[in-house]
Ligand binder design. Structure first.
Ligand code: RIB
Ligand code: CA
Length: 313
């Protein structure tokens, strides 16, 4: 079967970095048409730089990286240096990128790429706030029907929030953008905290990254060593939750995940619950299903896949 053509929209972020590496290590299943950076974990200038650092780490400097929106649609930017460090990629010491940013705005790349490819052949993989995606849908409504699928990391239901008691970070940063995307009518697969909090980099799993004894293996181990501090302290968890790589792993082995096709709406009015993904998991409303909301992951199968693929880089 031909590899799935994707655009990765991202705010690296150590977990974004691992998601990008997994995609680049899997050419049989995934063809990365381009990477679009968005402001999120750290400001845009850093996410656009970090995306290029990761491409160079993987030896894939031919991948075009575009800078996108530097703030949410209608709100000031909220960042997460407390989780990802000042650079957004704290942990390993990695060289500044030599590859330049691609010319043009990320939103225009998303629009142009969807218009240039056959309808239903390009998948969007947002790993950060949905500002670029929503901006593209607003600027060019005709592209929505051309999207094969949106496979995104964001939201939470049983797991509740990680940046507020009610909201997960990616949705919280730009709830209006998320509302546009979830109401767009595009086919959406959601990897919420309900799933990603089970994808924990335990010491044994981190040792397996190190045992690859490669530049990539050591960098990933050092990224997760840094990234896990916040979650271990807050949740007492066994290690870093690899949120974003769940998106890439789904493209390679969807059977690792299970969930329900349900209605998911975004809270955009209440300050108390702003950015909450109100997932009708028990189907108690008559609101039409609009997303495949994942609830379970085969965590060991996920790490076996991730480690096997990282060994290729
Ligand atoms: O809440 C987790 C999400 O927020 C991940 O995508 C992480 O990279 C941050 O963007
Ligand atoms: Ca991210």
């Amino acid at each position: 079967m031909a590899p799935r053509k994707i655009i990765i929209d991202t705010d690296p972020g150590q977990d974004d970095a691992v998601a990008i590496l997994l995609a680049l290590a899997s050419p049989e299943e995934i063809e990365v048409l381009g990477i679009t950076a968005v402001a999120g974990n750290v400001p845009l200038e850093l996410t656009a730089k970090n995306a290029r650092i990761v491409c160079e780490l993987a030896g894939h400097t031919h991948i075009p990286v575009y800078a996108g929106c530097d703030r949410p649609l209608n709100r000031p930017l909220v960042t997460a240096e407390h989780v990802h460090g000042k650079t957004g990629l704290d942990g390993p010491v990695l060289p500044d990128p030599e590859m330049p940013l691609a010319d043009g705005h990320a939103v225009d790349f998303i629009i142009d790429t969807l218009r240039a490819h056959e309808p239903g052949t390009v998948t969007l993989c947002p790993l950060g706030p949905l500002t670029n995606i929503a901006s593209a849908f607003q600027k060019a409504p005709d592209i929505v029907d051309r999207v094969r699928e949106i496979v995104l990391m964001g939201g939470a239901y049983f797991e509740v929030g990680n940046i507020t008691p009610a909201a997960e970070f990616n949705i919280y940063v730009d709830p209006e953008a998320a509302d546009i995307v979830f109401k767009s009518g595009a086919h959406i697969v959601v990897m919420p905290l309900d799933v990603t909090h089970d994808a924990l980099v335990t010491p044994h799993r981190n040792d397996a990254f190190r045992a690859l004894d490669s530049k990539v293996g050591h960098a990933v181990a050092e990224m997760t060593d840094f990234f896990e501090r916040f979650d271990k302290e807050k949740y007492g968890s066994e290690g870093a939750p690899l949120h974003d790589p769940c998106v890439t792993a789904y493209l390679i082995r969807p059977e690792l995940f299970s969930g329900r096709h349900i209605n998911v709406e975004i809270e955009t009015q209440s300050e108390l619950t702003l950015g909450m993904t109100v997932a009708d998991w028990w189907r108690v409303t008559d609101r039409a299903p609009n997303a495949m909301f994942m609830g379970d992951v085969d965590a060991q199968g996920f790490f076996d896949l991730l480690t096997e693929r990282l060994a290729r880089l």
